[in-house]
Design a binder for this molecule. Structure first.
Ligand SMILES: CC(C)(COP(=O)(O)OP(=O)(O)OC[C@H]1O[C@@H](n2cnc3c(N)ncnc32)[C@H](O)[C@@H]1OP(=O)(O)O)[C@@H](O)C(=O)NCCC(=O)NCCS
Length: 127
């Protein structure tokens, strides 16, 4: 059963500018180490960074909490299967919310161009 849905779109240039200005400090506030190394493995990391930023906002909308005290940036991680398919790993506050909602997982789909990055998240229960 679908318990929640969230969507987000972001301008890649905005994330590029924050990365340029704040560097590693910005990355490690928003992303986890595996996410950072995946993004930085690309010659142009900005769209990959931006879409993970969008993914976290979309997940926060699926929970209905936004990003803040209940659900922090580091409570959500975008993993990547060998096929390239992304998946969501929840930590701390994210796990807590998942259990509170009686949900089983969060599904995610990502898309990016040079200019924009977008993500959709679905909160689902097992039944
Ligand atoms: C919920 C959140 C993700 C919305 O994102 P946003 O970038 O402000 O706004 P968007 O244009 O993507 O989305 C706006 C829509 O989100 C939806 N929305 C707002 N609060 C929401 C919530 N708690 N749950 C689900 N959806 C919500 C609304 O439909 C809203 O549209 P409306 O204003 O026309 O009603 C945002 O409030 C948030 O928590 N952002 C994190 C902020 C932050 O830390 N930024 C620092 C950047 S380093």
């Amino acid at each position: 059963m679908i318990l929640g849905i969230g969507i987000d779109i972001i301008e890649v240039a905005r994330i590029h500018a924050s990365h340029e200005k704040f560097g590693e400090r910005f990355l490690s506030r928003i992303l986890l180490p595996n996410e950072i190394s995946y993004c930085l493995s690309h010659r142009t990391p900005a769209p990959f960074l931006a879409v993970r930023f969008a993914a976290k906002e979309a997940i926060s909308k699926a929970f209905g909490t936004g990003i803040g005290a209940q659900l922090g940036w580091q409570d959500m991680e975008v993993g990547r299967k060998e096929s390239g398919e992304p998946f969501v790993i929840l930590h701390g506050g994210g796990q807590k919310l998942l259990h509170q909602r009686g949900a089983q997982s969060v599904l995610i789909s990502l898309s990016h161009t040079q200019d924009h990055a977008a993500a959709v998240a679905i909160l689902e229960s097992g039944t």
